[in-house]
Design a protein around this ligand. Sequence first.
Ligand SMILES: Nc1ncnc2c1ncn2[C@@H]1O[C@H](COP(=O)(O)O)[C@@H](O)[C@H]1OP(=O)(O)O
Ligand SMILES: [Mg+2]
Ligand SMILES: [Mg+2]
Ligand SMILES: [Mg+2]
Length: 294
Amino acid sequence: MMKHQNTKSIVPINLRITSFLLQGKDDYQTEADRSAQRCIIASLATLYPKLNIIGEEDNANNVGDVSSDWLVVDADKDVLSLQCPVHLQSVKEEDIVVWVDPLDGTSEYTQGFLEHVTVLIGISVNEKPIAGVIHQPYYKNTVGEDVKVGRTIWGLQDAGVGGYTPAQPPDSLIITTTRSHSNPLVEAALQVMNASKVLRVGGAGYKVLQLLEGKASVYVFASSGCKKWDTCAPEAILSAAGGKLTDILGNFYKYGANESRPNKTGVLAAVNNELHSYAVNKIPQELKDALANK
Ligand SMILES: Nc1ncnc2c1ncn2[C@@H]1O[C@H](COP(=O)(O)O)[C@@H](O)[C@H]1OP(=O)(O)O
Ligand SMILES: [Mg+2]
Ligand SMILES: [Mg+2]
Ligand SMILES: [Mg+2]
């Protein structure tokens, strides 16, 4: 698994939002989305030509144009030193589906909430997310005099997680949810939770980071809108850390290459199984039916 410490190679930090398309209500695509996707797909395809790589942006698969200094071909030594779980040792390259969200939280990116922006690379085998990275290109880490910008959080099933400091969940129920894609169903699901606080932030990656770092304990999004590339990497890392990510009904999504892209029945994630069950049981059946039958 690669770790991207060089933020230039993922989302050029000085890249201006030179052109952005509004693809639907609060659904943006910027030059950063397209550039980052080309860079990631070209880098992965150079190293692993038989991978099945699926990126969010349809118009950013022309990887032949990517210059060689944008290719990331180095690997993280800590991750390479991990013992590969026995059940993954015989997986063939062509059996792996990689889901790439080159820039998650684009709406927040266009509004300057840069901390919410992440790059998501999720790896699935037999339809299950087994590994992933959440790269946070604008994260500022101050160590003494040094300021390091950007960090990469990773997880591998049955091997571990890294790139962040794990923390205990908050003492009271704190929920994280959408900042830019709310609607009456989303709000109805939040109301029934009896949360002490609701945090409204952008991006599926950033919300799962909040779970990993003890800022929130449950992530609730009772709406369609998220896609497989939004949840594959976050689900892999969260489950490697002992958490659980499903739809609002409590069912796991499938990540095979032929699966439909939309996560039609929303997202429900929690730092552990108990909180996940609590949240699934709190959602009224009518709300679950409304989402499932939409
Ligand atoms: N209605 C929607 N239209 C387009 N993308 C959506 C929608 N809802 C959610 N998403 C994607 O899911 C992510 C998490 O949603 P939210 O921030 O609203 O909780 C968004 O950052 C966006 O990913 P992206 O920015 O990669 O297009
Ligand atoms: Mg998008
Ligand atoms: Mg996204
Ligand atoms: Mg995106």
